[in-house]
Design a protein around this ligand. Structure first.
Ligand SMILES: Nc1ncnc2c1ncn2[C@@H]1O[C@H](COP(=O)(O)OP(=O)(O)OP(=O)(O)O)[C@@H](O)[C@H]1O
Length: 479
């Protein structure tokens, strides 16, 4: 037992260091390792609020980089109108929105055939006359960015050579991603210009910006609007605050956003988007968006109903590895993800599997976001069938086609208790897609057996024992 708690403490320390080192994406010294992976040199400080925020920003960026499609959602959109007596419009096609032809062309060129669930309601509201304010919440990948980009592009008058739309993003990298969407959607609208208000983008004092849309981080946008006066905030028609949940994790960003908002004219349209809606986001949203319409789309529920869950009893890490090798043929019928608690274990496991001649990918917190995205992309394309990763690194990542999940180490929170939410998110499926899945949990101590039992009790779903020395049993799980 003493060994267990010691191991747990080491794991926790390493996981904390990992979640921290995941995040120092910009300012850190990096050096390439033998495989070209970028390895960062500093990973041992304590996690602060700032790093927590970077964690969310990194997660959000990673999801954007790997996503090429809408996330499906069959839930109903909840709409709370500012004026409950005005009719509630929703559209089923982009034509109904009477967009400028060059914008409609841009939308179709992006491969969008019809509005997404959230867009069906958000677009008519945002494009209404007079413009309506909106607070919208829905999970990442449901089409929020595309919606507000379309709203901004619709409001711009290209003949007026000054900023008319202002969009705040939590980080430079996220601002660039939104900028790319603006460029794609505005592809057939060449007279439309975009400027980035981000650190490092230096302009001459006294200069005025002539671009129509400015996208940037709150600190720089605030400087450009007040101290440096590059932008006249009184001429802004549309103000967008994106990724509000990531934004508010930094106190400075909240205050700066509110200060920017106060400089805007009364009739400026205010739009706020967030993937989650905890109390703090809601309070902030209400400060930034007066008289809002509110649109919410609940996340699709995940369930364990269609998942076969097993556990394998081992005595130590080497036995876990052996069990995994026994299972290997069965799990690689589909694509599999293997989760380890620490980076050290993940690297060791990936190396050992490679030595056995298996082709595996390793997703590690030591890589910068773009490299992690490239690893996930290769895996999604099926170039590797097995992805080894850590609990921390893969948090919040959706790799939908994975139907086999191996918990080489069970997910635990920072106090060493079972992390049920992660367990569910990792192996659960949304009801609609109900694809069958397989989860195998490796148990190597009394402590991890206890965690497994608590997970079992929490979900009230039996996790069956699997003997990996018994070929018949392995055959059973493969089918
Ligand atoms: N109407 C649509 N039809 C088809 N694809 C769409 C549509 N709207 C958006 N998409 C695509 O779906 C993906 C997710 O959209 P988008 O980035 O707008 O979502 P989001 O909710 O803003 O996500 P995030 O919170 O991660 O920024 C993108 O690849 C985007 O190009």
């Amino acid at each position: 037992m003493a060994t267990d708690s010691w191991a747990l403490a080491v794991d926790q320390q390493e996981a904390a260091a990992e979640s921290l080192s995941n995040l120092h994406l910009k300012d850190e010294k990096v050096k390439p390792d033998a495989n070209g992976a970028v390895v960062k040199t500093n990973a041992n400080a304590e996690k602060t609020d700032e790093e927590e925020k970077e964690d969310r920003a990194a997660q959000s960026l990673l999801n954007k980089l790997i996503r090429s499609n809408l996330v499906d959602n069959t839930n109903q959109v909840e709409v709370l109108q500012r004026d409950p007596n005005s009719p509630l419009y929703s559209v089923k096609s982009f034509e109904e929105l009477r967009l400028k032809p060059q914008l409609l062309q841009g939308v179709y060129a992006m491969g969008f055939n019809r509005p997404s669930k959230i867009q069906e309601n958000a677009l008519p509201l945002m494009l209404a006359e007079p413009p309506q304010n909106l607070i919208a919440q829905s999970q990442s990948g449901t089409g929020k960015t595309a919606a507000f980009v379309l709203a901004m592009l619709s409001q711009v008058e290209p003949a007026n050579r000054y900023p008319q739309c202002l969009c705040l993003s939590p980080t430079y990298e996220l601002a660039l991603q939104t900028g790319k969407v603006i460029e794609q959607m505005g592809k057939f609208y060449p007279e439309l210009k975009l400027a980035y208000a981000v650190r490092g983008n230096k302009l001459e004092r006294g200069q005025k910006i002539s671009e129509h849309i400015v996208i940037g981080t709150p600190g720089t946008v605030l400087d450009w609007c007040s101290k440096l006066k590059f932008i006249d905030p009184k001429k802004i028609k549309v103000f967008v605050l994106d990724e509000a949940d990531v934004m508010i994790a930094t106190q400075g960003h909240q205050d700066q956003s509110i200060r920017i908002q106060r400089m805007l004219p009364r009739n400026c349209q205010m739009l706020l988007f967030s993937a989650t809606f905890e109390d703090s986001v809601w309070k902030f949203a209400q400060k930034v968006v007066p008289d809002p319409n509110i649109i919410k789309l609940k996340r699709e529920e995940e369930t364990l109903d269609t998942i076969k869950q097993y556990y394998v009893l081992c005595n130590n890490r080497d036995e876990k590895f052996q069990a995994l090798c026994n299972l290997y043929g069965a799990i690689t019928i589909a694509q599999a993800m293997i989760f380890c608690h620490t980076r050290k274990t993940a690297s060791w496991l990936a190396a050992e599997l490679s030595k056995e001649g298996h082709q595996v990918a390793l997703l590690s917190g030591e890589m910068v976001v773009e490299q992690r995205a490239a690893v996930i992309e290769r895996f999604r394309e099926g170039k590797e069938k097995v992805l080894v990763t850590t609990n921390v690194c893969a948090r919040g990542i959706d790799v939908e086609q994975v139907s086999v999940v191996i918990n080489f180490d069970l997910p635990v929170d920072k106090d060493g208790n079972p992390d049920n939410e992660t367990y569910l998110h990792r192996i659960g499926r949304t009801g609609r897609f109900g694809k069958r899945g397989l989860a195998v949990n490796m148990v190597d101590s009394k402590h991890s057996m206890n965690i497994l039992n608590r997970i079992q009790e929490h979900f009230n779903k039996k996790i069956e024992r699997l003997d990996t020395d018994d070929l018949d049993e392995i055959e059973k799980i493969a089918n």
